[in-house]
Structures are given as structure tokens and as C-alpha cells.
Design a protein around this ligand. Structure first.
Ligand code: NAD
Ligand code: WQD
Length: 346
């Protein structure tokens, strides 16, 4: 029995493949490498000492996707594949609706056809829009503030309709907060294209000398130091949450949403300080205007995942920063770099 991982070469997908292989699952990855590199999967094999099937397929290609289901004994699907750049989605909404929503429709059609009805879906805290109160629980109001977020919301609703139409589906919607960090080996991590949009990869690229200084987006928020607060979660904790969700969907039919966060909020300046302490590197920064669309404070109430999945985050902010730094330091050019540790430089 095999777990199909769509988007398995990506940041979260690659870390989840490591955990699945370590736990003894067979894995098949479908990825078209639109935002990732095959090298990530090679390194997953290096870390685990295990091999697995890799299909270079666009999820929109229904015929090719069918061959994966025909030729492999797929038991469940973890669906990471999707585009995730909020700003790009504002300019190119149709690209996002097509790639994220149509591909999920295609995936579900094929799953239904081949009788595979266990699904773990990558949703996001973005479905809570601008939260009215924190910590955010799963029953908080949901709405989208940009096309990317709308794809997550629409997919969640679509999966709800699918379950209503056929109660033999078993679906977990995992709403991730802010994943950072990397595998402790320093072999896999986040490898954004171009200038990073997100805080931690920006900080690590300043630290390694690729970028001059961090822009801190706004210092007038109603928070302890005026900068935005988020719930940062170690990507390995996040990956482990998928294994717990797989157990849940295997045990009972239904559809449920779970917040995957730590429940702790850190401000931008706290993150800068935590990174400096963990790495020993000074981060230059300047305060700039707020980024349009940003919320002041966002952190999870993760109690439901704890009670119903038996999962909770274990790694703290220091480990997140240390592991982000190890990855960036060893791979200054991401997967384009020959890992420095292989060269004996660390
Ligand atoms: P990522 O871009 O690193 O990984 C996504 C993978 O999907 C990539 O390897 C990409 O090549 C692949 N992909 C995209 N469209 C595809 C298609 N049509 N066919 C086949 N493969 C395709 O992103 P990530 O950070 O690993 O995120 C994984 C999932 O989690 C995404 O759905 C994302 O929206 C969601 N999510 C991410 C975050 C975050 O901050 N990283 C937060 C919340 C939710
Ligand atoms: C974190 C904090 C910024 C960059 C985004 C998506 C969300 C989800 C996760 C997928 C904020 C500040 C950032 C910088 C800064 N992705 N910041 N300077 O905005 O919480 O969430 O990624 O689902 O949908 O919107 O994450 O890392 O961009 O920002 O000051 O250069 O860091 O203002 O307070 P965000 P982020």
C-alpha cells in the first residue's frame, strides 16, 4: 500500500516524504517541478536511505494521473501540490484558480474512479482572513482576502460537498500556520525562487549575505513591539502532523479541519532576535510601511489537533531558527548548491 504525495518535491512535501519513509510507508510522488527541483527528492532518498517512485506529471493531466493510480496500489493521498504566492495570485487569479482548484477536481475525480477516498489536504490559516480574535480555533469565521486564499477556501468547501455526496470519503483539512525550519541534516529546506516573500527565508538570505537588509513591514500594529505576530511552526513538526492525519483518515470516514500551529505568537522583531541568537549572525533591518493585506496578529488554538489527532508541535523557536540557518548556510544557492556538508566544510 502506497501513499501518493502530490507536490512531494516542495518545501513541506519533501519533509513529509522523509517522515513517511522513516515510518515505513511506501511513497509515490507526483510533481511537475513548477516550484521545486528533483534534487530535493534525491536528498530525501539520501536522508532516508530509501527509494520511491517519482512521477513528473502535472496534476491537471488526468490521463497521466490515472496511470499512477492504475499501476500503484494507492491507499491514500496527501495533496500538497499548488501555487502559493499571495501577491502573484492577485495579479494572476485565473492561473491560481486553474492550477489549484481544477487540479484538485481532477485529483478527486481520479481518486473516486479508482476507489481511493482517503485524503489529507494542505489548507492554510489564510482561510481565516483577518481574524477577529486570537487564538484562532477551527470554528472561527472564514473568508478569503486574496485569490490564493480563495482557492484554499473553495477547495475546502468543494471537499465538504464531495463528502456530503458520498460518506465513504475520509478527509482531513490541515490549516497550516507559518512553517519555517528545515530537516536537521541541512540537506533539505525551503528554496524560494527569486527574492523571498516570507520572513524566515528573507532573514536567512540576509544572514548569508545574499540580501542587504530586512524590511520590517510596519511597526505600528497593536502588538507588544508594534510588529506583526505569527505562529511559526517547525516544518518537521508540520510533516509529522500529516502522519497523524493519515492515521485518522484511515480509521474513520468524515471530513474535519485541524489547525496545525504551536499556539505561540512571535513578532517580527522577536524573530530577528531569536535568529541572531541561534546563528550568531547580526541581521540588518529597517522599518518600512506595512505590507498591504497583512494582519496584525495570527496564531492558532491547536487543541483540536492535539485531542483528535494526538499531534502537537514539539520544536521551539530556537530549533526552528537553528535549522533554517543550517539549511541556508550549507546551501547558499538552495538546491543549486552542492551541499557544503558533503564537501566537509561544516
Ligand atoms: P511548494 O511550492 O514548495 O510545494 C508545492 C509543490 O507543488 C511544488 O513542488 C510544485 O512544483 C508542485 N506543484 C504545483 N502545481 C502543480 C501541479 N499542477 N502539478 C504537479 N505539481 C504541482 O509549497 P509548500 O510550501 O511546500 O506548500 C505545500 C502546500 O501547503 C501548498 O498547497 C501550499 O499552498 C500549502 N501551504 C503552504 C504554506 C507555507 O507557508 N509554505 C502555508 C499554508 C499552506
Ligand atoms: C510574516 C510576518 C510580515 C517578510 C504568508 C501567506 C499565508 C501563508 C504563509 C500559505 C508578517 C513580516 C515578512 C518581510 C516582514 N502561506 N515580514 N518582512 O504573511 O503570515 O503568511 O505565508 O498559505 O497565506 O500570506 O507570512 O512570512 O510573509 O510574514 O516584516 O520581508 O513577517 O509583515 O508580519 P504571512 P510571512
Amino acid at each position: 500500500m502506497t501513499i501518493l504525495v502530490t507536490g512531494g518535491a516542495g518545501y513541506i512535501g519533501s519533509h513529509t516524504c522523509v517522515e513517511l519513509l522513516k515510518a515505513g510507508y511506501d511513497v509515490a510522488v507526483v510533481d511537475n517541478f513548477v516550484n521545486s527541483k528533483p534534487e530535493a527528492l534525491k536528498r530525501v532518498q539520501d536522508i532516508t536511505g530509501k527509494t520511491f517512485k517519482i512521477f513528473n506529471i502535472d496534476l491537471l493531466d488526468e490521463e497521466k494521473l490515472e496511470t499512477v493510480f492504475i499501476n500503484n496500489n494507492i491507499e491514500a493521498v496527501i495533496h500538497f501540490a499548488g501555487l502559493k504566492a499571495v501577491g502573484e495570485s492577485v495579479h494572476l487569479p485565473l492561473k491560481y484558480f486553474h492550477n489549484n482548484i481544477t487540479s484538485t477536481v481532477t485529483l478527486c475525480k481520479v481518486m473516486q474512479k479508482y476507489g481511493v477516498k482517503n485524503l489529507v489536504f494542505s489548507s492554510s490559516a489564510t482561510v481565516y482572513g483577518t481574524p477577529e480574535k486570537v487564538p484562532i480555533d477551527e470554528d472561527s469565521p472564514m473568508y478569503a482576502t486574496n485569490p490564493y486564499g480563495r482557492t484554499k477556501l473553495m477547495i475546502e468547501e468543494m471537499l465538504g460537498d464531495l463528502y456530503k455526496s458520498d460518506n465513504s470519503w475520509s478527509i482531513a483539512l490541515l490549516r497550516y500556520f507559518n512553517p519555517i525550519g528545515a530537516h536537521e541534516s541541512g540537506l533539505i529546506g525551503e528554496d524560494p525562487n527569486g527574492i523571498p516573500n516570507n520572513l524566515m527565508p528573507y532573514i536567512t538570505q540576509v544572514a548569508v549575505g545574499k540580501l542587504k537588509e530586512l524590511s520590517v513591514y510596519g511597526s505600528g500594529y497593536p502588538t507588544k513591539d508594534g510588529t506583526g505576530i505569527r505562529d511559526y511552526i517547525h516544518v518537521v513538526d508540520l510533516a509529522k502532523g500529516h502522519l497523524k492525519a493519515l492515521e485518522k483518515v484511515a480509521a474513520a470516514t468524515g471530513i474535519d479541519a485541524y489547525n496545525i500551529g504551536t499556539g505561540n505568537g512571535y513578532s517580527v522583531l522577536e524573530m530577528v532576535r531569536a535568529f541572531e541568537e541561534a546563528s550568531g549572525v547580526n541581521i540588518s533591518y529597517k522599518i518600512t510601511d506595512p505590507r498591504p493585506g497583512d494582519v496584525a496578529i495570527c496564531y492558532a488554538d491547536p487543541a483540536k489537533a492535539h485531542h483528535e489527532l494526538g499531534w502537537r508541535a514539539e520544536k521551539g523557536i530556537e530549533e526552528m531558527c537553528k535549522d533554517s540557518w543550517r539549511w541556508q548556510f550549507c546551501n547558499p544557492n538552495g538546491y543549486e548548491t552542492k551541499n557544503k556538508m558533503e564537501l566537509g566544510e561544516n
